[in-house]
Ligand binder design. Structure first.
Ligand SMILES: Cc1cc2nc3c(=O)[nH]c(=O)nc-3n(C[C@H](O)[C@H](O)[C@H](O)COP(=O)(O)OP(=O)(O)OC[C@H]3O[C@@H](n4cnc5c(N)ncnc54)[C@H](O)[C@@H]3O)c2cc1C
Length: 482
């Protein structure tokens, strides 16, 4: 990964390359890039949006279209759910894994309510209905609001009142696709110029500043220059094997989410001009065992047959801990729980007897029986004093046959996406090693670091991409390069 491959001096560009100049040039037309473009254009800037694919939307259009918003949004109010910026801030700070972007968390908690209004102005729709916590994180119907994190689970519920903040875009089919379709319609009505099938390959620098991007358009090379700045909105790097090997090899055994364009091109371009990469070992990794929600009545066991976690926590917290543990993990159910996991975790053992199950799973003799005895003793009264699982999920597991599912990542790779990226100010300006801004360069969405950390709640990535994309667009629109 030679940094020279991603940067070129303006004076070295062949005169045969076509040359065009705009106020703001944005690379990547996912949620972050489109929101940056809309807000830059709203400030009166001449904006060019470049997209390597023939269609706009990126991984954002493949997503579930959940957006983490709160602090008292219109949708929360319509659903009778009280929230404040302070409660949202406390949850975000507590659930984030260090080192988190605290300045971004504080600002987003403060402004999230207003961001909801902005997204509605851009055409997004949310049904004023609420999916109860007992029904899970992801609506099968049109419910606009749901819990998408661990707000309701111990220990989080002790520190800030549990409030649902997952805003689900109303859609006939996949919400992410609809979200990007609606943003695309608003984009089409704006003055933003779009060039698709255009792949950015190098940042152009002139006089020590970022002055544009050199792109490939089919066989042609085209140079697009900017008066104000270039905004990189190219997504993460989970599809770049070389970068995973270098920064976070533990995720090589996981399943990379999103389109193959999430190959780190934006990060490499930013790094080539001195941009600082941060939290490159971090990812949002999901252990999706809790769908259907009834499965939370089961218990999770480590390789010795001991319980190790509150099963009610959100799947990203399960994923993070499972990757750290890096050992076999099982889900134990009895016949009172009839559902099977939706995610294809294999059922590996089934038996009428716990003694036999201990042998089959090679747990030390007596450990599983002890685990179940202690769990059932308290479950008779609906309590879980050990991990404090919510009482609606605590029922005795005493109806054979018992079955064990193998939840190990090595048997069924967990889905993940990277959350490390380019360090930026709250306005998306790319920061160098010394903390100063790199003139003319911005980064947003998953090619930057922002709200998402391994302590992820669903919706944080699109929240971050849309909100900080917007801010970077405004900033770049109003900041001429000297
Ligand atoms: C199945 C699935 C479900 C998900 N569900 C949710 C959810 O409900 N809520 C949530 O918050 N997150 C969710 N995520 C994660 C989330 O979708 C992404 O992290 C987020 O959409 C990233 O937005 P982005 O704008 O940064 O990148 P993208 O949406 O990926 O956009 C990047 C764009 O840049 C283009 N591009 C890349 N490199 C170049 C280049 N060199 N030149 C030109 N163009 C380039 C790409 O083609 C792409 O269009 C989900 C992801 C998946 C895959």
């Amino acid at each position: 990964m030679d940094s020279q491959s991603y940067v070129i001096e303006s004076s070295s560009i062949k005169s045969s390359s076509e040359k065009r100049t705009y106020d703001v040039v944005i690379v990547g037309a996912g949620a972050a890039g489109i929101c940056a473009a809309l807000s830059a254009a709203a400030k009166g800037a001449e904006v060019l949006l470049l997209e390597q694919d023939s269609a706009l939307g990126g991984s954002s259009s493949l997503s579930a279209g959940q957006i983490y918003m709160g602090g008292g949004t219109g949708l929360q109010e319509s659903c009778g759910q009280d929230d404040t910026p302070e409660d949202m801030r406390d949850y975000l700070l507590r659930s984030a894994v260090s080192p988190a972007c605290v300045d971004k968390i504080l600002l987003y908690a403060e402004e999230s309510k207003e961001h909801f209004d902005w997204l509605v102005e851009q055409g997004l729709e949310f049904d004023p209905s609420f999916l109860g916590v007992e029904k899970g994180n992801r609506p099968k119907g049109v419910e606009g609001l749901s819990y998408t994190g661990s707000e309701h689970a111990f220990p989080h519920r002790e520190f800030s009142p549990p409030v649902p903040r997952g805003h689900n875009v109303k859609a006939p089919g996949r919400s992410g696709e609809q979200m990007m379709r609606l943003l695309g319609l608003t984009l089409a009505k704006s003055d933003v110029l779009v060039e698709s099938c255009t792949s950015a390959e190098k940042l152009i620098v002139a006089n020590g500043k970022v002055a544009g991007v050199l792109c490939r358009q089919g066989e042609e090379s085209s140079a697009f220059y900017c008066r104000n700045g270039v905004i990189l909105a190219t997504g993460g790097f989970q599809h770049n094997r070389q970068m995973l090997e270098k920064y976070c090899p533990e995720y090589l055994r996981c399943f990379p989410l999103g389109g193959e364009h999430e190959n780190g091109s934006g990060l490499l371009m930013a790094q080539a001009v001195g941009g600082l990469l941060m939290n490159m070992d971090q990812a949002s990794v999901l252990l999706p065992f809790g769908e259907p929600r009834e499965l939370v009545k089961g218990i999770l066991l480590d390789k010795k047959g001991r319980r190790y976690i509150n099963e009610e926590l959100y799947q990203a917290e399960h994923g993070r801990i499972a990757i750290e543990k890096d050992e076999p993990i099982y889900l134990l159910l009895d016949s009172s729980v009839t559902a099977d996991p939706e995610f294809p975790f294999p059922k590996v053992f089934e038996s009428e007897s716990l003694i036999e199950l201990e042998k089959l799973a090679e747990f030390d003799a007596g450990i599983l029986r002890h685990t179940i005895r202690v769990y059932n003793q308290y479950a008779e009264t609906g309590r879980d004093p050990v991990f404090r699982k919510g009482e609606q999920w605590v029922v005795p597991l005493n109806e054979p046959p018992f079955r064990l599912y193998d939840l190990s990542c090595n048997s069924t790779p967990y889905p993940f996406f990277t959350v490390g990226g380019v360090a930026t100010s709250v306005d998306g300006q790319v920061l160098g090693e010394d903390g100063s801004c790199i003139a003319g360069l911005y980064a947003v969405g998953r090619c930057s670091v922002g709200l998402p950390t391994p302590g992820y709640s669903s919706g944080m990535s699109i929240a971050d991409a849309t909100y900080f994309g917007r801010r970077a667009g405004s900033k770049a629109a109003t900041s001429k390069l000297p």
